[in-house]
Unconditional design. Structure first.
Length: 311
């Protein structure tokens, strides 16, 4: 579709809200600032209330403006879905999908998945948001994402899981580490070595804190970081062990740079990875295509990582 079905005044107001000023919005829209000001003034006159506060550094939404812009963004999402449905009726697999993923996916299966999609469905575009597990779930629940790949998704009536797989709870070590030749480990054995831990924003860390805080508390051999890449680099050094999933470390496991050791303690609950959608949102053909491709790529990453561990 060449243009938007939404009136210019609404589109301009939305861009001002995103940009924070009329000048920046006019550049993004490629229209004169005076046209943006005029459209917003007409909109405020028609509604009968101010939508923006004029502040020294730009424009800030009023409560009325915040409510209107939230509605405008829902209309824009509905417009994209309608356009996609029309294209599908014409036999064209074309559309736009908003995908929410986590940081650990960026250096794992995500680049390969995007490359595959570009070849198989070049007319499907993606908007990829990288966030914490909690924020990924929230963005899916409120309609800011059409599809998500997330670890440890709790049961929710507003979300529908399309596919899910269990991930054994365990740790990764370098091939030359003392634990590497054992095949499995226990928490008691593992915490005898220096540990690099991920941020408390991640569910795997919350699990450790809830069930094994006795083993971690007061240790002088802990490194904590919110960077999964640093976690894996330190594990590859051979000095540290890291509690993480096979999927988080899939590229390194496949390359033989790390070895995954399941934790054999009875209380060691498996983690999970899921591909999910909002249960109340329309599930378009294009979203289904992206979901199927994403699922296949995650499955392949797990299979390759596990196959490498048996070699």
């Amino acid at each position: 579709m060449r243009g938007s079905l939404l009136p210019a005044a609404l589109r301009y107001a939305d861009q001002v809200a995103r940009s924070g000023s009329v000048q920046r919005a006019s550049k993004e829209l490629n229209v004169a600032a005076s046209a943006v000001i005029r459209q917003i003034a007409l909109l405020e006159e028609n509604i009968g209330t101010a939508l923006f506060e004029r502040v020294p550094r730009g424009m800030r939404l009023t409560p009325a403006g915040d409510a209107l812009i939230a509605l405008v963004r829902r209309w824009k999402a509905d417009e994209r879905r309608v356009v996609t449905e029309i294209q599908q009726l014409q036999g064209v697999n074309q559309g736009h999908v908003r995908l929410a993923v986590m940081d650990s996916h960026v250096n794992g299966f995500l680049p390969s998945f995007i490359a595959d999609l570009a070849v198989s469905h070049p007319r499907i575009s993606l908007d990829v948001t990288v966030a914490s597990p909690d924020d990924v779930i929230q963005s899916l629940a409120v309609g800011q994402a059409d599809l998500a790949a997330v670890f440890n998704l709790p049961p929710r009536r507003d979300l529908h899981i399309l596919w899910s797989a269990e991930l054994p709870f365990g740790c990764v070590v370098a091939p030359g580490h003392d634990l590497a030749r054992r095949g499995t480990t226990s928490l008691q054995e593992a915490v005898a070595y220096p540990i690099v831990l991920q941020s408390r924003a991640l569910v795997i860390r919350r699990f450790l804190d809830a069930h094994y805080n006795w083993a971690l508390e007061g240790s002088r051999k802990l490194i904590e970081t919110n960077s999964l890449q640093l976690v894996k680099q330190l594990a590859r050094s051979g000095r540290y062990i890291a509690f993480t999933s096979e999927l988080d470390a899939a590229p390194e496991l496949e390359a033989g740079e790390l070895i995954f050791l399941p934790v054999r303690d009875k209380a060691a609950e498996p983690q999970s990875v899921s591909v999910a959608i909002n249960a109340s949102a329309p599930f378009s053909r294009v979203t289904r295509i992206v979901a199927d491709g994403l699922t296949a790529r995650v499955q392949r990453a797990l299979e390759d990582a596990r196959a490498a561990g048996t070699r």
